[in-house]
Design a protein around this ligand. Structure first.
Ligand code: SF4
Length: 456
């Protein structure tokens, strides 16, 4: 799980009448995936529109509002969310307000109020506008904020680097993977109108976005009238100027020839696909409720390789699913050896009481599942290192983030083959560039996950 905290104190625009009011400083912890981060930013944008004068605080003790957006799709994420809340609660003063939103309250609903009395406000709403409105009403009622006449709905307040942003194209999921609680927590998939998405991308572009990652639980299921993902991408390419788009979370059987054509036609879409396969054994895939089997997966991989031979692929797999035998595990290892994904995440199955897979027999012992994960990750170390070594000598485009965290002697950034947050970095040890600039970098060294090069 990624944790995003508000890094910089920043004043956001408000109307003149709102500016007369004392601003509220918000300390933010956003747990989980980029989709959660977008929700956090949406809530803050809407809250700012409702009450005005919102500022980020980078210190908890200087904030008026402590807001944590939680993740709760597996037990590990629930524990991390609870730990974060308790840690924040321990440092909270009586005059501060602790707000909890996201998957934890959506999953456990009112029972959380008894479990966590330290929390002042839970949002039980899925939609950011509704969350923000309920929070604004609470703050006004508690006399923490004055009631300001409300302008139109708020826009998302982005908290990260302006040159790298995420845009969510749908919410929820209509698939029925038997181990997954997302459809339960977030509901069936609801797509955003294409015009809304184009408008948001243009706003972010004007604010300096160089790369936009489109995210959803399942991008390939996007449908709005005649618009599917491929036609949405064509519209975005035609009506926005963002140099790079990236696609994250593509359901394997939803990858159509039309989608591959768009990726092949435009250099502005990064040659990168995050396609979680979860497993390769047909028996396990069926038990997981995934809509494909191993032969379909192989056919999809062959098609992708034919149309986009230079694409970087990321996948996620799950080991220790109920009923997974040694033979199933070997099938998965053989599949990963065959297709040699550039980037890979491996998770151990988490037995969630509310998920259909909880009722399956033949649970795999946790220590065996852990060993299987270690085996896969050990195999992947070699694959990733070999993939990276193949780039040495090439000149690639890199979107510069600035000086790297460890030293001011190196710049770092992401190539088109490295997604933000999840993949390795490209370090630059020669040449100067500004954060948010795309530069040509000649790769001189490679490591397991990172590359090193110099500006050409
Ligand atoms: S595709 Fe499956 S795993 Fe992904 S969010 Fe939907 S139900 Fe969950």
């Amino acid at each position: 799980m990624k944790k995003t905290t508000s890094k910089a104190s920043r004043r956001y625009p408000s109307t003149p009448e709102q500016a007369a009011f004392k601003p509220s400083r918000v300390f933010v912890v956003s747990l989980g995936c980029p989709k959660n981060l977008i929700d956090t930013e949406d809530v803050l944008g809407n809250l700012d529109a409702l009450l005005g004068g919102l500022e980020f605080s980078h210190e908890q003790d200087q904030a008026d509002i402590i807001l944590v957006n939680t993740c709760a799709f597996i037990e590990e994420a629930v524990s991390e969310s609870l730990e974060a809340i308790l840690e924040l609660a321990a440092g909270k003063r009586p005059d501060q307000v602790l707000v909890v939103m996201g998957c934890l309250p959506l999953r456990y609903e009112r029972e959380l109020e008894d479990l966590l009395p330290e929390v002042d406000f839970f949002s039980f709403h899925l939609r950011p506008e509704a969350s923000a409105r309920a929070l604004a009403e609470f703050l006004v009622q508690k006399d923490i904020r004055d009631n300001v006449p409300t302008p139109a709905t708020g826009r998302r307040i982005t908290s990260g680097r302006p040159w790298q942003q995420y845009v969510k194209i749908s919410e929820g999921c209509s698939n029925r993977c038997t181990y997954c609680l997302i459809p339960e927590i977030r509901g069936r998939m609801q797509c955003r109108p294409p015009r809304d998405i184009v408008q948001e991308v243009n706003i972010l572009s004007q604010a300096g976005a160089m790369e936009i990652t489109l995210v959803a639980q399942d991008l390939t299921a996007y449908q709005w009238g005649r618009f599917d993902l491929a036609s949405l991408l064509r519209l975005l390419l035609a009506e926005t100027d963002v140099p790079w788009f990236r696609l994250m979370y593509l359901y394997p059987s939803g990858i159509t020839p039309g989608l591959l054509d768009v990726l092949g036609d435009s250099r502005r879409i990064c040659p990168y696909m995050d396609m979680p396969v979860q497993h390769a054994s047909s028996r396990i895939l069926k038990s997981m409720g995934r809509a494909y089997d191993m032969s379909m997966l192989n056919a999809i991989m062959e098609r992708i390789g034919r149309v986009l031979p230079d694409i970087a692929m990321r996948t996620t797999v799950m080991v220790g699913f109920p009923g997974e035998t040694e033979e199933d595990f070997s099938i998965l290892c053989d599949f990963l050896e065959r297709w040699r994904f550039h980037h890979l995440g491996c998770f151990v199955y988490s037995d969630e009481e509310d998920a259909p897979s909880f009722h399956l027999k033949d649970k795999v012992l946790p220590e065996i599942a852990k060993e299987r994960k270690e085996e896969i990750m050990a195999m992947q170390v070699h694959i990733s290192a070999e993939r990276n070594a193949a780039v040495v000598g090439q000149t690639i485009d890199v979107l510069v983030d600035g000086f790297c965290e460890e030293t001011d002697l190196l710049l770092c950034g992401k190539s088109r083959f490295q997604a933000p947050e999840v993949d390795g970095l490209t370090y630059i040890n020669k040449g100067i560039a500004e954060p948010g600039q795309i530069v040509k970098v000649k790769i001189t060294q490679s490591h397991t996950y990172d590359l090193v090069g110099e500006i050409n």
